[in-house]
Design a protein around this ligand. Structure first.
Ligand code: NAP
Length: 261
């Protein structure tokens, strides 16, 4: 019997985990996407697209498809689905692990203002009109309506209407190289950068370029998510799954290992 894993995705890590488990006959996976982007990079492994209908819907889905474990690899700012995963797995008794990327930390040469919310990031840009590079995603743009005086360059996966009076959208999907980020910041004469503290290497180059060019950054801190078993690496998630599955192929899952956090 195979061990069935629901992977809550929408990130590179989710895709990598599904790929890795696909090469292990003991597992079968389903990679779940919210369906936010118009241009989904279709994975080679089984996947589904769309919400579950809250924690209750997710619990129903887990019961219907009898998943043995859930791995939450969603983005650190996707707080709702992570909270739903905690509630749904508690309800169904399904083991859950969350892959949590370490946060970024300012290094010498960085000029970061750390803010708790997008609204605080908009306020931190100041009253004077500046050239601002927004790398916060489409869903967060409304917060910048309170600071319409700035010239915004908005980077997002798909083009969209920002509703901001002085904004241009740059449709692009990471990863981005340091060379490209440096050129973009220079060519666009960017004075301020706004970023989520997402902690992924794929989008870190903009912060390196900002450091080099002395550009200040408004860094938005992660939202609160309910506590869950956490792991900082894919290797640890795999080790946890292997322990959960038990050493014998086709055997019944071993008892859940103790929480690591
Ligand atoms: P969110 O606010 O936490 O979730 C909103 C709703 O979207 C959830 O309640 C759920 O709907 C649905 N949903 C979210 N992730 C899902 C998934 N993997 N599979 C199925 N349904 C999902 O999430 P978000 O911030 O909109 O992010 C959506 C997706 O984009 C996530 O998969 C995330 O990993 C990815 N992403 C987010 C960001 C970001 O900055 N927020 C950046 C890069 C990638 P129901 O309640 O109906 O189940």
């Amino acid at each position: 019997m195979t061990f069935s894993v629901l992977i809550l995705g929408g990130t590179n890590e989710g895709r990598l985990l599904a790929k890795q488990l696909a090469s292990d006959a003991r597992y079968q996976t389903l990679l779940s996407y919210a369906g936010r982007t118009a241009s989904l990079h279709t994975p080679d492994t089984p996947f589904r697209v769309g919400g579950f209908g809250g924690a209750e819907g997710l619990a129903l889905f887990l019961r219907e498809h009898t998943f043995d474990a859930v791995v939450d690899t969603t983005h650190p700012f996707a707080a709702r689905i992570s909270a739903n995963a905690v509630a749904a797995t508690e309800r169904t008794g399904t083991p859950l692990i969350r892959l949590t990327r370490p946060s970024w930390h300012a290094l010498p040469g960085d000029y970061w203002t750390e803010v708790a919310t997008m609204e605080a990031a908009a306020d931190a840009l100041g009253p004077r009109a500046r050239r601002v590079f927004l790398t916060v995603g489409r869903q967060e743009i409304a917060a910048f309506l309170r600071a319409p005086q700035h010239d915004y360059l908005v980077r997002a996966v798909d083009p969209f209407d920002t509703g901001l009076p002085r904004a241009r959208v740059l449709a692009a999907r990471g990863p981005f190289t340091l060379e490209a980020e440096r050129k973009l910041l220079r060519d666009e004469r960017i004075e301020l950068l706004v970023s989520k503290n997402s902690g992924t290497e794929l989008t870190y180059a903009k912060l390196l370029a900002a450091r080099e060019l002395g550009i200040p950054v408004a860094m938005v801190q992660r939202p609160h998510v309910p506590a869950a078993r956490e792991s900082a690496s894919l290797a640890d998630v795999l080790a946890w799954l292997h322990t959960l599955h038990g050493p014998s192929l086709g055997g019944s899952p071993a008892q859940e290992p103790p929480a690591s956090t």
